[in-house]
Design a protein. Structure first.
Length: 278
């Protein structure tokens, strides 16, 4: 078993201003997307300019932040929002919903597409390979924050953490030196699957010409499947619990439309491609 390495969630303090690692991870994710997007735009016949990529990242950042916070509030913490509406602005504390962020990004990209006279799927196909490294950075931010843990496990890489981090996993009364059972580091599983593996898969897939919608479809399908699987070992939010059958979580429920939608987009993309070549 391993011990969770206590990491100060504050990366830098400048008087009353605190820079949190969670926010730094988001900045790194946006920077990676910007750099990769500019590289893609520089390829021959990309149909994109560097200035359009700059604009795209700005729109995407707004969609991620607004959609992620709104999605978390609606899907996971609506009662907390009613008790303290200003909690909607506390991005540095964590609490960002990927599914809400996805909806926010789709809305932002639709606006971008209209402004730059592109179709929505031209924008999402170009953008899909840029997203997973941002997801990787966000999950590392979750790990530093000590949140989104998995169930108890006896695997060699399972981690114990102080009970004050996750009191619901400890026996009461809590002792100051008490630790939780060893837990799946599900944030790191998600970083590896939804981040690195999905990035490699999409980058390879998008490196050759594909029918319109195919790259977007693979992103939705890949993320949905990886997230659905990790939810089997991830603890559900304590205030939500399991939604059905003592195993269905909110994350799985929200991932199902992505899996179905991604498979449908891939099917439609290759059917249309076959008709055009036939």
């Amino acid at each position: 078993m391993m011990r969770y390495p206590e990491i100060d969630p504050i990366a830098l303090s400048l008087g009353i201003v605190h820079v949190h690692w969670y926010g730094v991870m988001y900045l790194l994710g946006f920077a990676a997307a910007w750099g990769l997007g500019r590289w893609q735009a520089g390829r021959a016949h990309s149909g994109w300019t560097s200035e359009q990529v700059d604009d795209l990242i700005f729109y995407g950042a707004i969609g991620v932040i607004l959609g992620g916070r709104l999605g978390y509030t609606l899907f996971y913490n609506f009662s907390g929002f009613l008790a303290n509406p200003l909690s909607l602005l506390a991005v540095w504390q964590g609490g960002m919903s990927f599914h809400g962020g996805l909806l926010g990004v789709i809305a932002a990209f639709a606006w971008f597409a209209r402004k730059h006279h592109k179709s929505l799927f031209q924008v999402t196909d170009f953008s899909a390979p840029l997203v997973p490294l941002g997801l990787f950075a966000g999950r590392i931010g979750n790990f530093i924050n000590g949140e989104l843990w998995g169930k108890a496990s006896d695997l060699p890489w399972a981690m114990e953490l102080p009970c004050y981090r996750l009191p619901q996993m400890c026996e009461w009364p809590l002792e100051s030196a008490a630790t939780t059972p060893a837990l799946h580091p599900s944030q790191l599983y998600q970083a590896g699957l939804e981040g690195l593996l999905l990035f490699l898969l999409l980058w390879w897939f998008a490196s050759r010409p594909r029918p319109l919608m195919a790259v977007s479809g693979l992103f939705l399908l890949g993320y949905g499947v990886f997230r659905f699987l990790v939810e089997f070992v991830r603890l559900p939010d304590s205030h939500l619990g399991y939604l059905a059958f003592n195993w269905v979580t909110m994350g799985q429920l929200l991932s199902l439309p992505m899996i179905l939608g991604g498979a449908l987009l891939l099917l439609l993309a290759y059917r249309r491609g076959a008709r055009r070549s036939g």
